[in-house]
Design a protein around this ligand. Structure first.
Ligand code: NAD
Ligand code: ISE
Length: 336
């Protein structure tokens, strides 16, 4: 059985995912695309193949008989509307991060999925599929480094557009560390504090860059998180988990290495598409393989809700500089 996916939003990541679903992933095709920028959707459809329909809007695409599953890659503000419509149509849906920018929207999605009676939604937290992060988690779970004490995260982008704000540090970028921290440690984040370091001269005046956050966990483990939006030199994601008996760390994948003039020089990936390319592929393949078996495989709507909840308190912490405590609604049974 081939899963026919409808893609909402044919920008950067929508185009990448659609290409993979057609050319790389086993068991899927793209039957429909839509974007408010219709010319862009038409161009992407033409590149994907002759049988890809271009729809006027996301709701028509979700309702269409040619769509078995929905992939939402439009801007975050549209995610709740399209995720709720997919649940109402009874169709599986993968929503890029964030599940939604606000917790009331995420709670509406949880309620709709609970009313539906079984899971339909997964969220695009692709780092859970990165081989390095998986190895760190396997090492912790095997007990090799003993109990976790501290998690250190670093997330650097070469540059960001001028529209990037100090709050997007939390809602757009650190949301990845928030998810990996919850997933690696297997517990919720219960507090956040933000301490802005000295600013780089290479950022726009409105942007606090870099940014530094401290997340407290239920068990007392602390997780540090540096986000540097304009580090200049490339895309760099690091993680070190400190345990009672040792540490487990990501080793950056070497994209290319040059030896000359008495030096070994390793290339740094330019952006997230290169660094996490294999993780995006693994994430999509796991989703499609699950759907072909009648299963929903991937981070849940609860994971999406919890991450957004932390970013909301994170934005408060950016404003106040104070340590902010985080609470959650009760986790519904289908997510336990
Ligand atoms: P983008 O700006 O390149 O693409 C977004 C697209 O959505 C645009 O083409 C825009 O025209 C379209 N759009 C806007 N409103 C729409 C609507 N109502 N209906 C249909 N289309 C609409 O942005 P992007 O970088 O591709 O990001 C898209 C989403 O993916 C964001 O939520 C972003 O956070 C997420 N993202 C995730 C990762 C990751 O690592 N998992 C990486 C990049 C982006
Ligand atoms: C972008 O939206 C992503 O999700 C990337 O993974 C992240 O590295 C980047 O900072 C975000 O802007």
């Amino acid at each position: 059985m081939t899963i026919r996916v409808g893609v909402i939003g044919t920008g950067l990541i929508g185009t990448d995912h659609a290409n993979k679903l057609v050319n790389v992933i086993n068991g899927s095709t793209v039957s429909a695309v839509t974007d408010v920028n219709r010319a862009r959707a038409e161009q992407v459809a033409a590149e994907l193949g002759p049988d890809v329909g271009v729809f006027d809007n996301g709701h028509d695409l979700i309702a269409s008989d040619v769509v078995d599953a929905v992939l939402i890659c439009s801007i975050g503000e549209t995610h709740a509307e399209y995720t709720l419509a997919s649940i109402a149509a009874g169709k599986p849906v993968m929503c890029e991060k964030p599940l939604a920018p606000t917790t009331p929207e995420c709670e509406a999605i949880l309620e709709a999925e609970v009313r539906h009676g079984k899971r339909l939604v997964i969220v695009g937290f692709m780092r859970r599929y990165d081989p390095g992060y998986r190895q760190v988690k396997a090492t912790l779970d095997a007990g090799t480094i003993g109990a976790a004490l501290i998690l250190h995260n670093v997330h650097r982008n070469a540059t960001v557009p001028e529209s990037f704000t100090s709050f997007m540090t939390m809602t757009d970028s650190m949301i990845h560390e928030i998810d990996t921290t919850r997933w690696l440690l297997g517990e919720e984040i219960t507090s956040v504090q933000v301490a802005p370091p000295k600013r780089t001269s290479r950022a726009f005046p409105h942007l606090q860059d870099p940014q530094f956050a401290l997340f407290g966990m239920e068990s007392g483990v602390l997780s540090t998180s540096e986000f540097f939006a304009n580090c200049q030199y490339g895309y760099d994601v690091r993680c070190e988990l400190v345990g009672e008996l040792g540490t487990a760390s990501l080793v950056n994948p070497v994209v290319a290495s040059t030896t000359t003039g008495g030096q070994d020089v390793d290339a740094v990936p330019p952006d997230w598409r290169v660094r996490f390319g294999p993780a995006y592929t693994a994430e999509l393949q796991a989703w499609i393989t699950g759907l072909r078996r009648g299963e929903i495989v991937g981070p849940s709507a609860w994971d999406g809700y919890a991450a957004t909840r932390v970013t909301e308190f994170g934005v408060q912490a950016v404003r106040s500089g104070e340590r902010v405590a985080i609470d959650y609604i009760e986790k519904p049974a289908i997510y336990r």
